[in-house]
Write a protein that binds this ligand. Structure first.
Ligand SMILES: Nc1ncnc2c1ncn2[C@@H]1O[C@H](COP(=O)(O)OP(=O)(O)OP(=O)(O)O)[C@@H](O)[C@H]1O
Ligand SMILES: [Mg+2]
Length: 238
């Protein structure tokens, strides 16, 4: 039987008295890629903030591999196996590439192929020769790869990626696509937030669309592909 990786059930989240997420519910199974889509301001990053504990939900439940995590502190949620690649990268610019990776190291019992500095360098050969450089001296694409490598060093059971292709040149976006495809092939459970709908639909198994903080669609990628009306209505693009 399939294992549930993540479930949100009836999540309401607010910034002060601004109600952003309204009764958000969705779930997906382990080893799959869930694309979380929506226009600017739809609530995608807020959704990630509730999962990682930065913005605890007012009510509702969040489960990670069956275990409730909605009331836990961010560091506890991270230790339980949620890795996060934030929007806009947020690497530590004055630390070296090596330091950025090693500060994030966490082991997890049962990981078949744990992530190590060597394995991250094999995944991102561009980082290998730059381990001693300050991370702030890397190009935008390299910083994005570093942000992913840093999240992987925590050996996450669930990896959240917030717009990893944002602001990257097409060649780097193609590399990003291959990287995410490889992580998926290795069985990594991933929530992928993307404005690049084509990239997201190429990689995803499951799709959730948010529209003004509400789930407007949840289903399989096959239901979305070719459904121009659905895409135009909730994402405003085609
Ligand atoms: N720290 C905050 N305080 C108050 N309101 C916020 C805060 N962060 C986001 N919001 C508001 O919450 C809503 C959802 O924002 P959010 O950042 O989650 O959207 P998003 O889907 O990630 O958008 P984008 O595609 O632009 O990244 C928006 O109306 C936004 O203005
Ligand atoms: Mg966002």
């Amino acid at each position: 039987m399939a294992t549930e990786a993540l479930a949100l059930a009836g999540i309401n989240a607010l910034y002060a008295d601004s109600h952003v997420l309204h009764d958000v519910s969705f779930s997906f199974n382990a080893g799959r890629v869930l694309a979380l889509l929506g226009r600017n301001g739809a609530g995608k990053t807020t959704c990630m903030s509730t999962i990682i504990g930065f913005l605890p939900p007012r009510d509702g439940e969040i489960r990670l591999f069956g275990e409730p995590i909605g009331r836990l502190m961010p560091e506890t949620i991270s230790r339980k196996g949620v890795g996060f690649v934030p929007q806009g990268r947020r690497i530590f610019p004055t630390l070296t590439v090596r330091e950025n990776l090693t500060v994030a190291r966490q082991s997890r019992g049962g990981a078949a192929k744990p992530w190590t500095l060597d394995r991250v360098c094999e995944l991102f050969p561009g980082l290998k020769g730059r381990l001693q450089q300050p991370a702030g001296s890397l190009s935008g694409g390299e910083q994005q790869m570093l942000a992913i490598g840093r999240a992987l060093m925590g050996n996450p059971r669930l990896l959240l990626m917030d717009e990893p292709s944002e602001g990257l040149a097409p060649r780097i976006v193609a590399e990003m696509r291959r990287t995410i495809a490889r992580l998926k092939q290795e069985g990594q459970s991933i929530v992928l937030v993307e404005q690049n709908i084509k990239l997201a639909l190429d990689l995803a198994d499951d799709v959730v669309m948010l529209n003004t903080g509400r789930v407007a669609f949840a289903g399989s990628v096959d239901e979305v592909r070719g459904n121009e009306a659905l895409i135009t209505q909730h994402l405003g693009v085609f």
